[in-house]
Design a protein around this ligand. Structure first.
Ligand code: BTN
Length: 327
């Protein structure tokens, strides 16, 4: 561990209380200048560290910076060594993941960024990704799946994210087919899965699971078109310092659910969390809107819809909305 990481470790364990430069220097058996340098470089990385001449240094309760050192301890033993890269800013973690795949990225590699300047959503939309308030993450899988089974990755990830949020929030998140996660009727997470396929063998070589979570984005900072539609997991200070742990939890859950994708046990949880099953819906197919009743999720994660003319349709992707009742 570097001096900087050791200083951070001690400050983390004493969050909110002061520790003198002299004590840090003695504990780590380095000079006070080394401590001063480490503190300055942590501040440059965005850590909020108070310094008073007679009391020493203290890491603010509200300091919340994504770091490999703070994520790794929360990973399950079998994932402790996965490669994790964290950036201050990127256009898109999914785009970065594609480049990493070209350079032979390993199964389970994770890319995170504090901010995305061109965050991508489904259907060619943008994903609002302001700094220091969300989790913008891409996980690379080398699954050796056939193309049909790889569609399940998105469904499985939605379940993994819901179960991870459960650990930190009082609210129980729900899933709007295919992969949007809602809390109190506001979208708090979107998932964009992209695959690199080998046409000759008909298998999926790599999958990029892009997860965008609004962790503590302030309501009034969302752009106008998202006002009242997008929300955050935490709207108070309760979740001030959970992004590292929540990221670790999501990585653990996504990697472990995806290991047993083909047994499909997660589909039961997916159905329990569904916002649309048992509801009248409208959906878009080939640029046309249709009405129907959301009846079931099939074994491939497809949405089974009972159409108004009595026929059944199975949707594999697309956009659905709950139909408003006419009074
Ligand atoms: C959607 O809601 O339509 C999907 C949004 C997916 C956003 C995530 S953020 C991390 C990853 N990088 C991207 O550019 N997009 C995904």
């Amino acid at each position: 561990m570097t001096v900087k990481n050791e200083v951070l470790h001690i400050l983390e364990n004493n969050r909110g209380s002061n520790i003198s430069g002299q004590d840090l220097a003695s504990l780590l058996q380095v000079s006070r200048t080394s401590i001063w340098k480490a503190i300055n470089s942590l501040k440059l990385e965005g850590y909020i560290i108070g310094a008073t001449s007679n009391k020493g240094y203290s890491l603010s309760i509200s300091s919340d910076v994504l770091s490999v050192e703070d994520i790794r301890p929360f990973l399950k033993e079998e994932y402790k060594d996965i490669p994790i890269s964290i950036y201050k800013t990127l256009t898109s973690t999914n785009t970065e993941a594609k480049m990493a795949i070209l350079q032979n990225a390993k199964h389970g590699a994770v890319i995170l960024s504090e901010e995305q300047t061109k965050g991508r959503g489904r259907l060619g939309r943008d994903f609002f990704s302001p700094p220091q308030s969300g989790i913008y993450m891409s996980i690379i899988l080398k699954p050796h799946l056939n193309i049909a089974n790889s569609l399940l990755v998105t469904t499985a990830t939605a379940v993994a994210v819901c179960l991870s949020i459960d650990k930190f929030s009082k609210e129980s998140p729900q899933i709007k087919w295919v992969n949007d996660i809602y809390i109190e009727n506001k979208k708090v997470c979107g998932i964009l899965t992209e695959a690199v396929t080998d046409f000759e063998s008909g298998t999926v070589e790599s999958v990029i699971i892009g997860i965008g979570l609004n962790v503590k984005t302030k309501e009034n900072s969302f752009p106008e078109e998202l006002q009242g539609i997008a929300g955050s997991i935490f709207n108070t200070d309760e979740g001030f310092n959970t992004r590292n742990q929540l990221s670790a939890e999501i990585i653990n859950k996504v990697l472990s659910i995806c290991e047993s994708l083909e047994d499909r046990t997660f589909l039961e949880i997916y159905k329990e969390r569904s916002m649309i099953l048992g509801q009248d819906i409208i959906f878009k197919k080939n640029n046309e809107w249709f009405e129907g009743f959301a009846q079931d999720i099939d074994e491939n994660g497809g949405l089974v819809v009972l159409l108004n003319n009595g026929q059944r349709a199975v949707l594999q992707s697309g956009e659905v909305s709950i139909r408003k009742k006419n009074n």
